[in-house]
Design a protein around this ligand. Sequence first.
Ligand code: HEM
Ligand code: HEM
Length: 158
Amino acid sequence: MGYARSQIILHWLVFVLIAAQFIGHEPIRAAFGVWMKGGESAFSPLVAGHVAGGMLVLVLALWRLGLRRKHGVPPLPEREGPLGRALAHLTHGMLYVLLILMPVSGAVAWFGASQTAADGHGLLRFGMLGFVALHIIGALYHQFVLKDDLMARMKRAP
Ligand code: HEM
Ligand code: HEM
């Protein structure tokens, strides 16, 4: 049993969306700053894109969790030791938590004009960066050190 095609497509779609959120956050930062000081800024597609892209991440993350329940996920490689297993479970779990908390905190900041939520949103990005980095290191470790072709699971459905 492997990941379903839909799980693989959603995995890479969310990766692209998250990368775009990180690359293109400056316009919403500027607009939020102006708004919190009581000013008005003109409509910007980049600001709307951050809001829409982030909300889409939330919807897709919930969809992915639904697919995990329905379809399950393949077991970790047999050779994986207890530390590797614990790290994989922690990383995947935390990635889902962050895929939900980042858009929710962003939405509370934006729609509720909350500086506290914005500060939380800003802090959560370090968690996201950290766990994505750990996740990528894990994938590269499997690929080039353990050489068990784990990447193939996220490339095509069996
Ligand atoms: C925003 C970035 C990313 C997020 C949030 C993310 C999230 C996840 C999650 C939650 C899983 C667990 C399976 C699932 O529920 O779908 C997973 C699996 C996987 N990801 Fe990522 N991922 C990201 C980027 C990447 C990148 C850049 C790579 C490759 C270098 C990668 C390679 C993999 C592989 C190989 C698996 C399967 C692991 C296994 O079956 O044990 N991911 N990813
Ligand atoms: C997974 C989804 C998201 C990611 C990865 C993300 C990422 C980011 C990043 C990296 C920043 C810059 C933070 C800083 O420099 O302090 C930012 C700022 C911001 N984002 Fe998001 N974001 C997401 C979703 C959303 C959503 C859905 C909304 C609104 C509905 C939103 C609203 C904001 C606002 C208002 C700021 C400016 C906060 C400030 O200036 O303190 N974000 N976002």
